[in-house]
Design a protein around this ligand. Sequence first.
Ligand code: ADP
Ligand code: MG
Length: 256
Amino acid sequence: MTDDTPVLEIRGLHKSYGDLEVIKGVDITAKRGDVVSLIGSSGSGKSTLLRCCNLLEDSQQGDILFKGEPITWSGSGIARQPADAKQVLRIRTNLSMVFQQFNLWSHMTILQNVMEAPLTVLKRDRDEVEKSARKYLDQVGIGDKCDVYPAQLSGGQQQRAAIARALCMEPEALLFDEPTSALDPELEQEVVKVIKDLAKEGRTMLIVTHDMRMAADVSDHIVFLHKGLIEEEGCPDEIFGNTRSERLRAFLSSTR
Ligand code: ADP
Ligand code: MG
């Protein structure tokens, strides 16, 4: 891979649930250090697209390339599946996902939550994993919460723990699915700040968000999805300052 090989490239992706086609031929490229935001109405296919990227969902057509390496498939159409389990694991651990609902393990402390996958999935050395887990918990501002359980934290703190957990996988890119939408407005901002800091650090990120201010602040590129197709895309200035599509205009005014 050369330096300008994209971390993630999606070409002509199609995805159906039964007879319902929800992704209808989408191309997305994220180069190293790019922050790409996906916006669009509820049901437009944002979560599905994100989940297809790290193979949490199958897709029926199109290519997914991770650092220039194409996913190998077996079968075709509705029967298409990734053919290589090791490749799936490599891609899933390298495109680490942060969900709307945090998904922390309630019976584990925060530190254990962050350490679990690097230990069990990646089989890394325990002392090193603990060191980096503490470092990432510090980075997201909850270094003092290592020994408490998720239920003892606010939503914003839980989401920051989930971000530390994703970082502790040392992924090539982070995928966020509406990371702030389960949070009260005053807690939203503490998570937004963490995401802004990650963007400044040069992290490669794909962010599904309804937070247009954050999208404007952090994104290199914004993709507006409408019914499974890219209706418009561009840099924040183009999307917010020079909106072309009537649908995007209507969507943006509905979010204000
Ligand atoms: P968004 O994240 O933009 O709100 P989704 O990707 O969740 O949209 O959903 C896109 C479409 O796919 C919607 O019509 C939704 O009802 C449908 N869908 C999502 N997940 C499933 C599923 N597991 N089974 C069937 N249909 C689904
Ligand atoms: Mg969604």
